[in-house]
Design a protein around this ligand. Structure first.
Ligand SMILES: CC(C)(COP(=O)(O)OP(=O)(O)OC[C@H]1O[C@@H](n2cnc3c(N)ncnc32)[C@H](O)[C@@H]1OP(=O)(O)O)[C@@H](O)C(=O)NCCC(=O)NCCS
Length: 181
């Protein structure tokens, strides 16, 4: 359980995506590629083992209010903090957040922050089981780019400095452990 219900705010749950349980039909975050991904590609990607997806719903209502997905990724060893290079590994193992989105009518109420913090906690658990030096994501570009960039910066993400992916940001797992572990 993520939050306790009050008179004004229903209890929120974040649970693993279940095609049979979660109703994606009315979801729109205002960014069509993410909406299409949720409705058209997510099930296949989950089935193929490419991502896991975590879905926020309220009370017993199956309507998706927000979600994020996680997948494994490797980044080039010459990127990131100097101590990564000193480790002498060919690639840096990281966990990639492929999508984070909140239904338009729920944006600005703290759900996006709650989803990212849930993702960070989950990644911390994964990093106890297999090597993962950081969590990365690509900040989407459109008219809301500056707000998005600020949103992730306030959560502790910093630019990776990857010329091939200039909007890729990361948070070292050591930082996540220090603040949430
Ligand atoms: C970005 C997003 C996940 C944030 O979720 P949220 O629930 O609105 O965020 P919270 O209420 O926890 O936090 C508010 C912060 O999010 C950012 N934010 C809020 N609405 C936003 C929007 N429509 N677009 C981009 N960023 C937004 C702002 O930085 C805001 O801080 P501020 O209130 O000080 O300006 C959500 O707005 C969204 O789904 N946007 C469309 C899809 C998207 O951009 N996904 C991110 C892909 S990188």
């Amino acid at each position: 359980m993520l939050t306790e219900a009050t008179a004004d705010t229903p209890a929120l749950t974040i649970a693993k995506f279940d095609k049979a349980l979660h109703d994606r039909s009315a979801f729109s975050c205002g960014f069509a590629p993410i909406d299409n991904f949720l409705k058209s590609s997510l099930s296949d990607q989950v089935k193929a083992g490419m991502v896991t997806a975590w879905i926020a719903t309220a009370d017993d209502n199956p309507a998706v209010l927000g979600f994020y997905t996680l997948g494994a990724m490797a980044i080039r060893a010459n990127l990131g903090p100097k101590k990564w290079q000193r480790a002498g590994v060919p690639d840096i193992p990281v966990i990639y957040i492929r999508a984070v989105a909140v239904r338009e009518d729920r944006q600005g109420t703290g759900l996006g922050t709650a989803l990212v913090i849930d993702a960070l906690r989950r990644c911390l658990g994964i990093a106890d089981q297999m090597g993962a030096a950081a969590i990365t994501l690509d900040v989407l570009q459109d008219d809301h780019f500056d707000r998005r960039w600020k949103f992730y910066a306030e959560l502790g993400f910093q630019p990776l400095g990857d010329a091939d992916n200039p909007y890729r940001v990361f948070i070292p797992m050591t930082d996540v452990r220090a603040s949430l572990g």
